[in-house]
Design a protein around this ligand. Structure first.
Ligand SMILES: [Mg+2]
Length: 269
């Protein structure tokens, strides 16, 4: 536990366990968003807005890391760590968690963990945040169908992501098309960082100010607790939905009134 301005902050399962999410099924959460979009569309000339994060919210990205880890194993970089390499080669993408550090719960090896971490991180970093590797991602089953339903009902779709335009813009747009998400058909926006170095949270807070000018936010989906809390502060009347997939160890405070969604598979429009 950490504190910020005397407020207690929590990470991962500790944070999830303390949040009292609305007691609703995934399908009920998705249906409620549809209902709110429909209601807002009937009442107002302005488009209701739905904000969607990409990585680990709409998209499985552990497959991207898994591909890079395989390449590390095949490279000379892993030569000094044969036991770690053998262990990593046995892993499927489902075994991975959010970060490279999380790998070490699997590496039962006497090899130097700090040296392995440095080697993998130095190999992973210049690849993970690039167009070339985005092809390895896949959309969570049902996600595109649900977002299409919202769009067809008149929602304005804002993809709000920590990816950056120079490194990942082309691949991100290609995947939205490949995976059947609403894109380039009116009422769709992709808000990427202008540079890699801009902090994700700053980018999302700045984007929130731009979104506020455009209309009423109906729902916002995020897998990162601090981002979710920041968006909820900007859009307190929206459905703020925690997508429970994987997340970082960035700490967040406890709040009430949030929704939770584990997957989109039960969506039938
Ligand atoms: Mg994310």
């Amino acid at each position: 536990m950490l504190t910020q301005n005397d407020e207690k902050l929590f990470v991962r399962q500790d944070w999830i366990g303390r949040m009292s999410f609305h007691a609703m099924s995934d399908r009920e959460v998705m249906t409620e968003a549809v209902r709110r979009v429909t209601q807002a569309r009937a009442k107002s000339q302005r488009n209701p807005i739905v904000i969607l994060d990409l990585d680990s919210t709409l998209y499985e990205v552990r497959t991207r890391t898994h591909k890079i880890l395989r390449e590390w194993c095949d490279s000379k970089n892993s030569g000094a760590f044969p036991r770690a390499r053998d262990r990593i080669l046995q892993l499927e993408f489902e075994h991975l968690n959010y970060s490279i550090r999380d790998l070490f719960s699997f590496l039962d090896t006497s090899e130097n963990h700090d040296a392995i971490f440095e080697s993998i991180k130095n190999f992973w970093q210049p690849r993970f945040f690039t167009n070339d590797y985005l092809e390895a991602d896949f959309a969570y089953p049902g996600a595109a169908r649900w977002v299409q339903s919202l769009h067809e009902l008149g929602a304005e779709i804002v993809y709000l992501t920590g990816r950056d335009e120079p490194g990942m813009g082309t691949g991100t747009r290609a995947n939205l098309v490949r995976d059947g998400f609403p894109w380039d058909t009116g009422r769709t926006h992709l808000l990427l960082k202008k540079t890699f170095d801009e902090p994700d949270l700053d980018h999302k807070k700045n984007a929130a100010a731009w979104i506020q000018e455009r209309g009423e936010v109906i729902a916002s989906l995020e897998n990162e607790p601090p981002n979710l809390i920041a968006l909820a502060e900007a859009f307190p009347s929206a459905m703020n939905v925690f997508v429970e997939t994987i997340c970082s160890t960035h700490p967040a405070p406890i709040r009430s009134g949030f929704y939770r969604l584990k997957n989109f598979e039960n969506w039938r429009s």
